[in-house]
Design a protein around this ligand. Structure first.
Ligand code: 5RP
Length: 227
């Protein structure tokens, strides 16, 4: 199977975790696009969706899903999204599609985060994929200099403006041994909106597309009873 087929089987495996009549948080990216296609088959069984980005909202609306403003939901039972890297603790690097801020907000609102990914995203140590950092435009150089002091090599993602009018710095050369600590350190730099480490609040369930089928990881045994 190629990468796309592995993404598709992981995405389809998420369907069985979607509770009836629930509002579903929907991430951004090519793996999520397969999930949206799968979700279409149970559209009549869900109450609506919350989108993590403008591009996802457009796609969902085009397909006839109800898209609810995050401010109008008190509770979101489930959020399904992809990742650029995921480690054994289900901590992730996200933001390859520049949607990290919306993704982090929806992940924070949701009770459960299901990460769907193909096997190429699985790593022992996060950091080979450059860490995206969303930055308020006037702080770009300052944040870049600060990231150099932290051992990174920042590259400005030219031509990219986020959904919130900000810029992205991709930080290369990081070997992230303490993901939660680094996530907080970077988020404390003035001018940083958020960074693509999802480590303080990792995924709850990982559905990994492999040549042998979908491998499920659920670190919290209480959640394993879900299915
Ligand atoms: C977008 C993301 C995506 O989840 C991540 O980039 C993975 O994308 P894909 O499913 O296309 O490989 O974080 O900001």
């Amino acid at each position: 199977m190629n990468h796309n087929q592995l993404k598709k089987i992981a995405a389809e495996a998420a369907l069985k975790y979607i509770p009836e009549n629930s509002v579903v948080g929907v991430g951004t990216g090519s793996t999520v696009n397969y999930f949206i296609d799968a979700l279409l088959t149970i559209k009549h069984k869900i109450a609506g969706t919350v989108a993590s980005s403008k591009v996802t909202a457009v796609k969902l609306k085009e397909l006839g899903f109800t898209v609810i403003d995050p401010n109008s939901v008190d509770e979101l039972s489930i959020y399904v999204d992809g990742a650029d890297e995921v480690n054994n603790s289900l901590q992730m690097i996200k933001g390859g599609g520049a949607a990290l801020t919306g993704e982090k907000i929806i992940a924070a609102i949701a009770k459960k985060f299901i990460c769907i990914a193909d096997i190429s995203k699985k790593v022992q140590i996060l950091g080979k994929f450059p860490l995206p950092v969303e930055v308020i435009p006037i702080a770009r150089s300052y944040v870049a200099r600060t990231m150099v002091k932290l051992g990174g090599f920042p590259v400005y993602r030219e031509g990219v403006v986020t959904d919130y009018g900000n810029t992205i710095l991709d930080i290369w050369n990081l070997e992230i041994l303490e993901p939660a600590k680094l996530e907080q350190t970077i988020n404390n730099i003035p001018g940083v909106v958020t960074n693509g480490l999802f480590a303080v609040k990792p995924a709850d369930i990982l559905l990994l597309g492999t040549e042998d089928g979908v491998v499920t990881t659920i670190p919290n045994p209480a959640l394993a009873l879900l299915v």
